[in-house]
Design a protein around this ligand. Structure first.
Ligand code: ASP
Length: 446
């Protein structure tokens, strides 16, 4: 039997109208049995998320300032949803106790978690599902680390015999009973853990986009949606800055072999993006494109080192990397020639220690030439099909050459899942557009 865990993001539950859409989606499929809501998000672009308002109340409470107005606005938003839906529930006693708690012993995570807690209560009442407080099942140690095994056990015990339930996202509690949240966007993580614990056949993550886009829509107009992506590909793209899902939401479902379907609450008819295990057998090879996605990130520096006979000097690379490690600078890529080596690092972590790093490198490896080049962007072209397709790199270079974009470096991992190229930051957007045209637009017209 298929069992679905469904998580709805803040914009999917921002007002009563959105609640109705969510209820329609849930009621249209009886397998959608366990529901994880976020707190109400933005209704329009200048709106403020409930979570942010709660953080504000906490900050004011900590400074012993009055937060009545802010709290009233929060109450109003929930009460509007309740009255507009016509649901038989009053949160008045919850509002009172939350306010008192904030006044007497303000706790940041407790404050933030109430957004999901209250929203979960409304949604459960509206759907006629059981409400289960996440504090009773999602468990952290006293240092705030999630205790996955213990959590899974608690979920299984708690949900035994319960067919349909709403479990608020984003928070749980420590073994000492203190409310603790995940980092921002953490309701995704709750949904993923729950899917693992109940052995869901699928984890549906409902948001306000129809899935993962091939590339950034601020760079390419109306990019295609990725229909299927593997966990590995997703990680490559996420690392380069593409994001839809909380990073920690991957592990619990990935290890259990549960696919994630990113869906759009405002367009439930769209298939969305399916995130599948790395050994998934595809039957869509013929219709799909050679590449899955393109992502880029600015803010890198290249440390360029030149030294005659570098290649025969034992331990040269090790000495260079040790200088970086000693100064807490991690490296991203390290393309090298016979007598040259470039190390690509994050500019923000290099800048504060730049002079020390240069001095230490001079001392340790006595280079003939040493320079730091800022303003480098890295671009990742990711795709599981590249491995079995000839000429992908040639096409990337052809696209760059036609646009007269200088490629500073290239790196293809042995997994052949991605090609990373370094370009000047000023060329990044054009490079992405050209690669998109080469692989997506032109493959469609072929
Ligand atoms: N409400 C929380 C946030 O705004 C958690 C979530 O939406 O997933 O970050």
């Amino acid at each position: 039997m298929s069992l679905k865990v469904v998580k709805f993001g803040g914009s999917s539950l921002a007002d009563a109208n959105q609640f109705r859409k969510v209820a329609d989606i849930i009621k249209s499929d009886d397998n959608r049995r366990f529901v994880v809501p976020s707190a109400p998000g933005k209704r329009f672009s200048d709106d403020i998320k409930i979570t942010d308002m709660l953080y504000k109340c906490f900050d004011l409470a900590c400074s012993n300032l009055d937060f009545d107005n802010e709290f009233e606005t929060i109450k109003q938003r929930y009460n509007d949803i309740i009255s507009d839906l016509g649901v038989e529930i009053s949160l008045d006693s919850d509002f009172d106790s939350i306010k008192n708690e904030l006044k007497s012993k303000p706790n940041r995570d407790f404050a933030a978690s109430r957004g999901e807690f209250l929203n979960g209560k409304i949604l459960a009442a509206y759907l006629g599902f059981k409400f289960i407080d996440a504090a009773e099942i999602i468990t952290f140690n006293t240092n705030g680390m999630l205790l996955l095994d213990e959590t899974v056990k608690k979920i299984r015990t708690k949900l035994e015999g319960i067919s349909h339930a709403v479990i608020p996202g984003f928070y749980g509690s420590t073994t000492e009973g203190i409310v603790k949240t995940f980092s921002r966007g953490g309701s995704d993580v709750t949904g993923s853990i729950l899917a693992n614990a109940v052995k869901a056949s699928i984890y549906e993550n409902w948001t306000d986009v129809s899935g993962f886009l091939v590339t950034d829509p601020r760079i390419v107009d109306n990019p295609d949606v990725i229909s299927v992506i593997t966990y590995k590909e997703l990680r490559e793209l996420a690392y380069m800055g593409a994001s839809v899902l909380h990073e920690d939401a991957i592990f619990p479902v990935r290890t259990a072999g549960i696919p994630i379907n990113i869906k759009n609450t405002n367009r439930p008819q769209d298939a969305g993006t399916m995130i599948v295990s790395d050994d998934h057998e595809f039957d869509d090879e013929s219709s799909a494109h050679t590449i899955t996605g393109i992502a880029g990130r600015k803010g890198f520096s290249a440390i360029n080192i030149e030294k005659a006979m570098m290649n025969s000097e034992m331990g040269f690379g090790m000495k260079v990397l040790k200088v970086l490690a000693d100064n807490n600078v991690s490296f991203e890529h390290m393309p090298s020639g016979i007598d040259t080596m470039s190390i690509l690092v994050d500019t923000a972590s290099l800048t504060p220690v730049k002079d020390i790093v240069l001095a230490q490198l001079r001392k340790e490896v006595e280079p003939d030439h040493l320079e730091i080049e800022d303003g480098v962007a890295l671009l990742a072209v990711v795709g599981r099909r590249m491995k079995n397709t000839r000429g992908t790199v040639a096409r990337i270079f052809a696209a760059m050459a036609h646009a007269r974009i200088n490629v500073k470096m290239i790196d293809q991992g042995s997994s052949e899942l991605n090609v990373i190229i370094g370009v000047s930051e000023t060329d990044l957007n054009e490079a992405i557009r050209r690669i998109y045209d080469m692989f997506i637009s032109s493959e469609k017209t072929e």
